[in-house]
Write a protein that binds this ligand. Structure first.
Ligand code: AMP
Length: 211
């Protein structure tokens, strides 16, 4: 089944840059629905076959295989749609952490139209060291096994550079918008809202005109 009626923006950037914080904040606004792939993985039953398979990758900082990831994404999203928590006609989907590889871009493309890639772009090595520290502190606070070890965090950065960064090229310059991720969460949110609020408004207007 294909369904390009789902319209989305993609929160994109290195681990720890603030995608989750911004996604949760946007998800609190009516007309936006936040979907975090990492959260979907973390909510799996740890003793289930899938839960164990997934944790064998997440615990090493590796990506879960593309087919497994996209299948879970699709199934979870369809369940959420059935529950009416997300309505594709009026809600802008905020994708957080998916797609994370070029193959995932291809697998997702029949099911969602990505209108903007919101690229939280962190530049130099100093920023990276700051992100590593941020991830370690969050791991302790949220009891996240994957980010408790510095070598796993460093692997996550390598995987980001090798497998995830090329995703930007798949969407091209008209779709990708770079944001400064530094500042308070509210300041970053303000920058992101200046781009996504008009997109969400257009979606609402289109839905109203169709009824
Ligand atoms: P996150 O909470 O987004 O940082 O994701 C935590 C971990 O879940 C990542 O380090 C990966 O192991 C896995 N993961 C999350 N999203 C994806 C994805 N789209 N593809 C493959 N693995 C993923």
């Amino acid at each position: 089944m294909t369904d390009r009626s789902r319209q989305a923006v993609l929160l994109f950037g290195a681990p720890g840059v603030g995608k989750g914080t911004q996604g949760k904040a946007l998800g609190c606004i009516p007309g936006f629905f936040h979907f975090s792939m990492g959260d979907a993985f973390r909510s799996l039953e740890p003793d289930s076959e899938l839960g164990q398979k997934v944790s064998s990758y997440t615990s090493r900082g590796e990506l879960v295989p593309d087919e497994v990831t996209v299948q879970l994404w699709k199934q979870t999203l369809e369940e959420i749609e059935e529950s009416d928590a997300y309505r594709p006609e009026t809600d802008l989907l905020v994708l957080d952490g998916i797609p994370r590889s070029v193959r995932q871009v291809q697998l997702l493309s029949p099911h969602v139209e990505v209108l903007r890639v919101l690229h939280l772009a962190c530049g130099d090595e100093r920023t990276k060291e700051h992100l590593v520290e941020r991830l370690r502190k969050r791991a302790l606070r949220e009891n996240r096994a994957d980010d408790a070890k510095v070598e796993v965090i460093r692997r996550r950065f390598e995987v980001y550079r090798a497998e995830t960064q090329p995703v930007v090229e798949e969407y091209g310059p008209g779709v990708v918008v770079d944001f400064d991720p530094l500042g308070t969460p509210a300041e970053v949110l303000q920058r992101i809202l200046s781009v996504v609020a008009p997109i969400q408004r257009d979606l609402t207007h289109k839905a109203a005109a169709a009824t």
